[in-house]
Design a protein around this ligand. Structure first.
Ligand code: ATP
Ligand code: MG
Length: 285
């Protein structure tokens, strides 16, 4: 992304950030706030893990970062592009943002290769979708499949693969987009611990070697501590922790996962928050 361009356009994204939210709020139709006034700057090249109990707002935040959920307040701004609420900006943003879903969202009867190629659709004009894939695209897809360790399964039907292998196909499909930003919503939710570890390790390695920024939601605190450059803890729609893995102490874990009727941020204020990452969302609650 062109940061210089973003600055010259008076884009409010900080110089080292790839995407930011400002006072972002999401309230669904049931009128319960899923995400409360949240201001975050995601640094370019960082591997960010979202933690928090079920219903905390992790998926809502991830989806808002890709425009799949519309903010009811505040904004999401991509570096070099601006506020993604504008349809043309959102289209460009999605083209450079890969998404990995918990349920893979593969088409089972299609081959691994065909599923991965579908990741290129965003790069095609409408009419171009009906044309066969080019040789260059097929080579790109095979390279992505090789990176996730599935080259020997490239021509098999996706539904003949294990859950872990299917998630690798999902990874390859996101990578073929050649994204700047990767969003992954519980990518290891349905995998056993060893498979989870290997998959996260691959995801982390690929992101680091390509300089890709990742925002990944997880339920596994240990994996978050192992891989995250930064952990963002969400509870009842608010950021209650934002800091490095080493700053994420047992006390923070307890606060994050402890069931607490009422306003969780009151307790969070009593806990030491890593100063450099202090978010206005917490202060304002
Ligand atoms: N489409 C929707 N319509 C109405 N409410 C929703 C919708 N999606 C999520 N919610 C609500 O918003 C809140 C946050 O949900 P979200 O899915 O973001 O949480 P989460 O942290 O991802 O949870 P989990 O760990 O279970 O995936 C929850 O109270 C949930 O019930
Ligand atoms: Mg979720």
């Amino acid at each position: 992304m062109n940061l210089e361009k973003s600055l010259s356009n008076h884009d409010p994204v900080q110089a080292n950030s790839i995407i930011c939210t400002k006072l972002l709020e999401v309230t669904y139709k049931n009128n319960l706030p899923a995400l409360k006034s949240t201001t975050l700057n995601i640094a370019q090249g960082s591997f960010v893990v979202l933690l928090g109990p079920s219903g905390a707002g992790k998926s809502t935040l991830l989806r808002a970062l890709n425009g799949l959920v519309k903010p009811t307040g505040g904004s999401v701004t991509a570096a070099g592009l601006g506020n993604i609420a504008k349809p043309s900006t959102l289209k460009q943003h999605r083209r450079q943002t890969g998404m990995i879903f918990q349920q893979h969202h593969l088409i089972g009867r299609l081959s691994v290769l065909s599923n991965v190629l579908l990741g290129r659709l965003g790069h095609h004009a409408g009419w171009r979708m009906f044309c066969p894939w080019t040789q260059a695209e097929k080579e790109l897809a095979l390279a992505a499949i090789e990176r996730v360790g599935l080259l020997d399964r490239a021509l098999e039907r996706a539904d003949q693969l294990s859950g872990g292998q299917q998630q690798r196909v999902g990874m390859a499909r996101a990578l073929i987009q050649q994204p700047q930003l990767l969003l992954a919503d519980e990518p290891i939710a349905s995998l056993d611990p060893n498979t989870s570890l290997r998959l996260l390790q691959s995801l982390h390695d690929i992101c680091k070697s390509d300089g890709l920024t990742a925002v990944v939601s997880l339920h596994q605190v240990d994996f978050a501590r192992q891989f995250a450059d930064r952990i963002i803890g969400l509870k009842q729609g608010s950021v209650v922790f934002d800091g490095s893995a080493s700053e994420f102490t047992e006390l923070h874990i307890k606060n994050l996962y402890q069931h607490q009727p009422g306003n969780s941020a009151i307790t969070a204020k009593a806990l030491p928050m890593p100063g450099s990452f202090l978010q206005s969302s917490l202060v304002e609650v």
